[in-house]
Write a protein that binds this ligand. Structure first.
Ligand SMILES: [Zn+2]
Length: 283
């Protein structure tokens, strides 16, 4: 079977957000060429999931191997122990469990990750004459990932367009007019539950997406991303069921632990319900 004629590129990890992104782009009539990035994750499981989804949707899929630079940016729980996997003090970094709260997430930041991926995706876009770069970034990412904020996306969009105007499908930019938009981020300003809701409406098979930071046979249900995923899907499911007076389950994913997240989310909620004066606020 020959591949579709592609008109865009999508940054696609095989996780929940970027899989819903791909379905969303196809609903918009786009045929994205999928790009996954191997920056030395502890496991490449999500890349296998990505490959399967790409095959099912008959979309071109390339894995960009960044493991050659991982030792330079590996101060993160996301990157493989074989490429250091330790913090600056030499302590091995464990994958954090519990709610995806700020402290917890700091450990999972790969510095400049979105810039690196968007930059490579921009090269692929220009080279192939595509019009857009799709990314699944959303508001839930904002507070520790500065490279998910609108200000960053606007700035990098401008850099890509100004740096490539007149090449591929990027038109010459008129002085003083607004720069062409090439970054497509439909989940911007939305929560992860909003993305899960979109996924339910688009019949995204959640069990064919991988979120867990631990590389087990099935999702652990306890790490930061598992908790975040379970919480988001549960909220979306509740909204759909309320809407239609149903009691349906939309997630066929297997989890080692299906209860742990509930306690973590309840604790996190209780903590935020405390009086504002007791909450140190970081910007
Ligand atoms: Zn997990």
């Amino acid at each position: 079977v020959s591949k579709r004629i592609h008109d865009s590129v999508a940054i696609f990890s095989g996780g929940l957000d970027s899989t819903v992104l791909v379905y969303e782009m196809m609903q918009q009539g786009l045929n994205p060429h999928l790009l996954s990035f191997n920056y030395g994750q502890r496991h490449v499981k999500e890349l296998d999931y990505a490959a399967r989804t790409a095959e099912r949707l008959n979309l071109r899929h390339d894995i960009v191997d960044l493991t050659g630079i991982t030792h330079l940016i590996s101060n993160s729980a996301l990157t493989s122990p074989q490429y250091v996997g330790a913090d600056l003090a030499g302590n091995f970094i464990e994958v954090p469990e519990g709610h995806y709260a700020e402290d917890n997430m700091q450990l999972t930041v790969v510095p400049n990750r979105n810039m690196i991926m968007l930059s490579i995706a921009a090269g692929v876009m220009v080279n192939n004459g595509y019009r857009l770069i799709g990314t699944g970034v959303h508001s839930g990412d904002h507070f520790v990932y500065p490279d998910c904020r609108p200000r960053f996306l606007n700035a990098v969009n401008a850099s890509i367009v100004i740096g490539n105007e007149g090449f591929g499908c990027i038109p010459k930019q008129e002085e003083g007019t607004e720069v062409t938009g090439v970054i497509y981020a439909p989940f911007h300003g939305q929560s992860k539950a909003d993305i899960a809701l979109k996924g339910i409406y688009l019949y995204v098979p959640f069990e064919d997406t991988w979120s867990c930071y631990k590389g087990g046979d099935i999702h652990c249900g306890k790490c930061g991303t598992c908790v975040e995923r379970l919480e988001a899907i549960a909220e979306a499911q509740e909204r759909v069921n309320e809407n239609y007076g149903e009691n349906l389950q939309y997630d066929n994913t297997s989890y080692e632990d299906t209860e742990y997240w509930k306690g973590v989310v309840a604790d996190a909620k209780a903590a935020t319900d405390e009086p504002a004066s007791s909450q140190p606020r970081s910007l």
